[in-house]
Design a protein around this ligand. Structure first.
Ligand SMILES: Cc1cc2nc3c(=O)[nH]c(=O)nc-3n(C[C@H](O)[C@H](O)[C@H](O)COP(=O)(O)OP(=O)(O)OC[C@H]3O[C@@H](n4cnc5c(N)ncnc54)[C@H](O)[C@@H]3O)c2cc1C
Ligand SMILES: NC(=O)C1=CN([C@@H]2O[C@H](COP(=O)(O)OP(=O)(O)OC[C@H]3O[C@@H](n4cnc5c(N)ncnc54)[C@H](O)[C@@H]3O)[C@@H](O)[C@H]2O)C=CC1
Length: 447
């Protein structure tokens, strides 16, 4: 069997490794248009902000690793056209050489691209995106120029707040904008997101929420400012981070699509073409909250989808477990983690939701060092099925969110948490801890 993988970043790599490590007789061809693979974008803000020494450790594999396992791998080669009837494709190397490959099974793993605000002045020099390693290098170079002092960031989602911290650590004057009323509005309810907003402001970052960019201003081809619906701001560097959209350009009219254009796949990541799988950021995933296809672009989801698709191609039937969109962020000392839906997301998707909040110290009061933890559990009115959880603290509470992720996956109800066997040790938690207390105090009557 011959499998061709188009796009070999996190999703494509996971699929290739699963195929190549299976011990089965599979011919694997990998085609990647970038000059590198496996770059962990999550590290960009860390090295640009000088919290880690450099970027070398952010690549976890390379072309040679796959050649050593027996794959044929083309780098700096872009797939241009796929003939789904003939089961073949055409790609082009950076030198313009045409390559043709046939396939028995095709895995499309072409990922996502940043959304570009379509504003006047968008081609001015000094306007950046942050997706590729090379784009991180460009931002790093811009920050190294002493003349570039004023950094404006459009979008206060995950990339926005991370690069805001990095820019501030590099001594820049940082202003961040978002169309929503808080930062991180796609992940957290205002009571949690506002903790991040305050955290940014405490570190000298100027926040402008509920404000929409209208025009990039410039002189001599270089950006000098930004005009919004509320004011005009000077800028030496502008970084756009208003989200990703799936990069799903093949099979128009042949492969089914989700609302945002992502390839619509089943729980094995197979498209409506039996020989074609789509994985990672270019495809949908099954949401355990809505019980239908949804789109959430995360490296964690991409890796799992690659494993599932390849396992099915190898002949073992395996459905993905579905996703909750579990995520986390750490800016300065503040840690926010969430899974499933916020109350706001439930409203957007028409889910009838209630919530319980509980705030407490992590440890018993007699312990010398302590941190506050704020927890919200969102659950369905009537069934009490857990739909989401959000946690904020300066304590590392990150592992806790995995339990809530599993709870959503397994349709656990909020009252089941109240009597859950949770251990107690003063070094770690309290006997009446915030999970127990939230579970016990949740109003489970139907409104
Ligand atoms: C700054 C930043 C920080 C992030 N932090 C996190 C994090 O902390 N946690 C997390 O879970 N996620 C994070 N993400 C998101 C994560 O990087 C993506 O979800 C992940 O990269 C998706 O992997 P993928 O392989 O599906 O797609 P991509 O990474 O987009 O890779 C797709 C690949 O396909 C190639 N390709 C596309 N078209 C073609 C073609 N026609 N021919 C050949 N090759 C092609 C591209 O060159 C690319 O290498 C972050 C993203 C960024 C940008
Ligand atoms: N810690 C993590 O897990 C990380 C994950 N990622 C992932 O990478 C992807 C891309 O990240 P981001 O670009 O930060 O997207 P995002 O979806 O996290 O945030 C985009 C932000 O831009 C705002 N926005 C949208 N249109 C706007 C407009 N016209 N003007 C102003 N603001 C606007 C939105 O309100 C939102 O807050 C996401 O899927 C994200 O989850 C990225 C970094 C870290």
């Amino acid at each position: 069997m011959k499998v061709v993988i188009v796009g070999t970043n996190h999703a494509g790599i996971a699929a290739a490794n699963t195929l190549l490590d299976s011990g089965q007789d599979v011919e694997v061809v990998m085609i990647e248009r970038n000059s590198n693979l496996s770059y962990l974008g999550c590290g960009t803000a860390l090295w640009v902000g000088r919290q880690i020494d450099g970027y070398d450790g952010l690549f976890y594999t390379n072309k040679e690793d796959f050649e050593a396992k027996g794959a044929k791998i083309y780098i700096e080669t872009e797939v241009k056209d796929i003939d789904f009837d003939a089961q073949s494709l055409v790609a082009e190397t950076k030198d313009g050489e045409k390559i043709e490959e046939s396939y028995d099974k095709l895995i499309i793993a072409t990922g996502s691209q940043p959304i570009a605000p379509n504003l006047p002045g968008k081609d001015l020099e000094g306007i950046h995106f942050l997706k590729l390693f090379q784009e991180g290098q460009e931002v790093d170079k811009a920050f190294a120029d002493e003349n570039n002092q004023k950094v404006l960031i459009i979008g206060a989602g995950y990339i926005g707040v991370e690069i805001a911290e990095a820019a501030q650590r590099r001594g820049k004057d940082v202003t961040i904008f978002d169309a929503e009323a808080t930062s991180l509005a796609s992940y957290y309810d205002p009571e949690f997101a506002e903790l991040m907003d305050e955290n940014l402001r405490e570190h000298g970052i100027d926040t402008h929420f509920g404000e929409l960019a209208e025009e990039y201003l410039g002189e001599d081809g270089k950006v000098t400012g930004l005009k919004t619906n509320k004011g005009t701001y000077e800028a030496d560097v502008i970084i756009n981070c208003i989200g990703f959209r799936p990069y799903a350009v093949f099979g128009e009219g042949h492969l089914d699509r989700f609302g945002n254009g992502a390839y619509l796949v089943d729980r094995t990541f197979k498209t409506n073409d039996d020989n074609v799988y789509a994985i990672g950021d270019c495809a949908t995933n099954y949401s355990n909250v809505t019980k239908e296809a949804n789109y959430i672009a995360l490296a964690s989801n991409a890796v799992r989808s690659g494993v599932v698709a390849a396992t099915n191609i190898l002949g073992t039937e395996l459905e993905g477990a579905g996703i909750q969109g579990s995520n986390g962020i750490n800016i300065y000392d503040l840690k926010l983690v969430s899974t499933g839906f916020s109350l706001k997301a439930c409203e957007k998707f028409g889910l009838d939701a209630k919530y319980v909040d509980y705030e407490d110290n992590q440890l018993p009061e007699f312990m010398p060092e302590n941190d506050k933890v704020k927890l919200r559990i969102v659950y369905e009115n009537g069934t009490n099925r857990i739909l989401g959880a959000q946690i904020a603290s300066t304590h590392d509470v990150s592992l806790l969110i995995h339990m809530f992720s599993l709870a959503i996956q397994e349709d656990i109800t909020v009252d089941q948490l109240g009597l859950l066997d949770i251990f107690f040790l003063p070094h770690f938690n309290k006997p009446y801890n915030y999970i127990t207390m939230a579970g016990l105090s949740a109003d489970t009557s139907k409104d």
